[in-house]
Design a protein around this ligand. Structure first.
Ligand SMILES: [Ca+2]
Length: 291
């Protein structure tokens, strides 16, 4: 069974919640082993609300949060309703970089990582020093145990494209640059242009708490599918079988601006995907999994 860790900016947008539903359903169907989730944006309700969501999904897995990221005080649109249903607080959750190191160390066999938010936690784990969890550095751990990284990020329809996950903050820009440069394993990138105009979630039952998340976010008619498309491609585990062509390339992000660039190269470790089918193909595939 393939071990999967999720990195998410849970709370910034609601397509993360749709992606989490894709992963919990796939886990329960025996398609993947969903072993943990790290949150790469830090609000007081972030980890408690994801905990409650996963509890409702009957998928209890370890959650970490990026404690190096200053805790934002803004009230997220869908976290408070979920967080109010649990006694857990931010203090009950460990630092996400430590969680990544621990999960990678303890996993039986290889691990794959899906990132649908900012890349500070992934970059932090990759560049981490040996500690009480493992005598190996992050780079050594990744070389030994991490077989693949799936990332929603970048805008690959143009050179110099800028996309939220790679460019929103100075930390995000630097982290994206580090990951694309240093990560030793293969990376598949799903860019902004793929999920834009692909709404999902509008067929959910109005009684479904995932629908409530979308409604609380301000997306009662569904939300574009950057994150669930990335999640479902990772679950399928093969770009072609998930409905994509790809361009293998040397991909990079400017650490100052967050703009992304690529040079086609058949021997490079990165790929960005292009859709093979009409949007309805992907919409139907996701809606079928999350209902
Ligand atoms: Ca996201």
């Amino acid at each position: 069974m393939r071990n999967i860790i999720l990195g998410t900016d849970w709370g910034e947008d609601c397509d993360d919640a749709v992606a989490v539903r894709v992963l919990t359903r796939s886990h329960k169907a025996g398609k993947i082993n969903f072993i943990g989730a790290g949150i790469n944006t830090h609000t007081p309700d972030a980890a408690p609300s994801l905990y409650r969501f996963l509890e409702k999904e009957s998928c209890i897995i370890p959650i970490g949060v990026d404690k190096s990221c200053p805790k934002k005080d803004w009230q997220n649109r869908y976290q408070p309703r979920l967080a109010a249903e649990t006694d857990k607080t931010d203090d009950d959750f460990e630092d996400a970089v430590r969680l990544y190191r621990r999960l990678i160390c303890e996993a039986e066999g290889k691990v794959e990582i899906i990132e649908i938010g900012f890349l500070q936690v992934l970059a932090g784990a990759l560049m981490s020093e040996p500690d009480d969890i493992s005598p190996l550095s992050g780079m050594e751990l990744f070389k030994e145990k991490v077989s693949k990284v799936w990332i929603m990020g970048g805008k690959w329809s143009e050179q110099g494209g800028k996309e939220f996950n790679f460019s929103y903050t100075p930390f995000a820009r630097k982290a994206a640059s580090v990951v694309l440069e240093k990560c030793p394993c293969e990376i598949t990138l799903l860019g902004w242009e793929i999920g834009a105009g692909v709404p999902t979630g509008n067929t959910l039952s109005r009684d479904d708490y995932l629908y409530q998340v979308l409604a609380d976010h301000g997306s009662p008619y569904g939300r574009e599918s950057w994150d669930p498309m990335t999640a479902i491609m990772a679950v399928i585990g093969d770009e072609d079988m998930a409905g994509y062509n790809f361009v293998r390339c040397r991909a990079s992000v400017d650490p100052e601006t967050g703009a992304n660039y690529y040079i086609p190269d058949e021997n490079a470790k990165c790929k960005f995907v292009c859709k093979k089918f009409e949007d309805s193909y992907y919409i139907d595939m996701i809606n079928e999994v999350i209902e």
